[in-house]
Design a protein around this ligand. Sequence first.
Ligand code: NDP
Length: 243
Amino acid sequence: MSQPNAPVSERTPRSVLVTGGNRGIGLAVARAFADAGDRVAVTHRSGEPPAGFFGVRADVTDPASLDAAFAAVEAEQGPVEVLVANAGTTRDQLLMRMSDEEFDSVLDANLAGAWRVARRAVRGMVRAKRGRIIFMSSVVGLYGSPGQTNYAASKAGMIGLARSIARELGSRGITANVIAPGFIDTDMTRELPEATAADYKGRIPAGRFGEVADIAQAALFLADAGYVNGAVLPVDGGLGMGH
Ligand code: NDP
């Protein structure tokens, strides 16, 4: 972690865990760390783990499954040094029609889930006196989004979470930063109605959605960076600038 400019072949492999690493952004992030020579584990809630990765089944809303997943990862590749809290979900609905259950379930997965994995990961990081925590937030956490009061609140909450960890554990060699992706081409955005997608593209200075590789690149940067802490890194083609 202290050798950001070392050629890949000379780096000490880091123990990396990516939650929700079986598809989309999480899988791209996992692949990027593996390509950089790190030991990478992924959590998957459903299906099979992606080929070539140490996969552990976990639901971030279930603390017991997370604890078991961390224990398995620690036994396989050592304590987690880089945590990418990526698992996330949406249940969009207009505010007036949104049920308590729709609100609570998204907050539980996105915000409380990220908090749970961070709480479990810092045990080893505090002992090692080093660690990197990267939270996958969203441009809508600060920009807002109609029909996403639950999702936007959960993603905004991740910023307070990261910054509190940065203040609490920064002196222990641990950083906690946030990536705020804009619209990235994954299953999540493929669900958007065509008119909504076109409307957003019109507002993105880049004029297009991003690629999962754009987010992976940001995660690699934050894992290397030793003096970036509590930052929110937008990767959104300019959509949210001005935050
Ligand atoms: P996908 O919907 O493609 O993948 C979501 C991942 O999260 C899956 O691996 C899913 O597992 C996992 N997941 C969801 N809920 C849980 C849970 N309760 N426990 C464990 N794992 C869970 O999403 P993306 O790849 O697009 O998004 C990844 C992250 O990036 C999310 O946090 C999302 O909010 C954020 N983001 C995405 C943007 C985009 O444009 N795509 C924009 C901004 C932020 P399973 O396969 O089992 O469902």
